[in-house]
Design a protein around this ligand. Structure first.
Ligand code: SF4
Ligand code: SF4
Length: 232
């Protein structure tokens, strides 16, 4: 999809999200009554392929441990010279059997009080995904019935707090994506660059076989350069 269409689609998504009543989300949180049983699977690749960070979380991760982040996987673009572009950073996973988060130790988060936005709101979410029939509908709980406990009593104030935090997190994600797309549109135009899918596919195949790639990561309204190979 061309970049202007992607920006327009993200802006529509943002308007729909802002129009979603927070009260409705709080009611669903109350009805589902989810309680975390601290199994820690969401801090491993068993549950989450990667943990994407908002700009503000990247700044904090760098303060805590600069080695804790890496360019997020699945870059959105690759130009005709073979340089990739991705909208942000993700938490590094350890090279253990479960691909556990850099900060997970003995099944506990060692920065729990300082954990990042996504770690705070999970498993609550608020975006639209297609159901089995392909019909787009809102989803509010990730991995429903696959983890944790249900139908527990959650105080009204906590439901409201979780709903507000979740909606704020989701809007921040979309705003970050819109900023990235707008920046890339302008950057490509100024530097006579264009996305080339074939170059993307060729370079990704090379990357999978151990070649180094150059990747530009969008952070704090600029691009940061990295060179990575598949020993991640
Ligand atoms: S949120 Fe779910 S997956 Fe994560 S630790 Fe709690 S119960 Fe386990
Ligand atoms: S920072 Fe903590 S809560 Fe977040 S994924 Fe890592 S271990 Fe889990």
């Amino acid at each position: 999809m061309p970049i202007p269409s992607r920006i327009a689609a993200a802006e529509r998504e943002l308007s729909e999200l802002l129009a979603y009543p927070q009260e409705r989300l709080a009611t669903i949180i109350k009805e589902v009554g989810f309680r975390c049983d601290c199994c820690s699977r969401c801090c491993t690749r068993a549950f989450n392929g990667h943990v994407f960070l908002l700009d503000r979380d990247v700044a904090r991760a760098r303060e805590i441990d600069p080695e804790s982040i890496e360019p997020a996987p699945y870059p959105e673009f690759c130009d005709q010279n073979g340089t990739f572009y991705v909208s942000g950073y993700a938490l590094k996973a350890k090279d253990d059997d479960s691909g556990s988060c850099h900060f997970l130790e003995n099944n506990r988060c060692r920065i729990y009080d300082n954990r990042f936005s996504i770690c705070r709101v999970y498993p609550y979410m608020l975006h639209r995904e297609p159901d089995e029939q392909g019909k787009l509908d809102w989803r509010q709980i990730a991995g429903l019935d696959k983890h944790g406990e249900y139908h527990t009593e959650i105080p009204e104030s906590l439901c409201q707090e979780a709903a507000a935090e979740t909606r704020e997190y989701e809007t921040a994600c979309i705003r970050q994506e819109i900023s990235f797309l707008t920046y890339i549109q302008d950057y490509f135009s100024r530097n006579q660059l264009r996305h080339v899918q074939k170059t993307y596919d060729d370079r990704m195949r090379g990357f999978a076989s151990g070649d180094e790639i150059r990747i530009m990561v969008f952070w704090s309204s600029r691009l940061e350069e990295h060179r990575i190979c598949n020993a991640r």
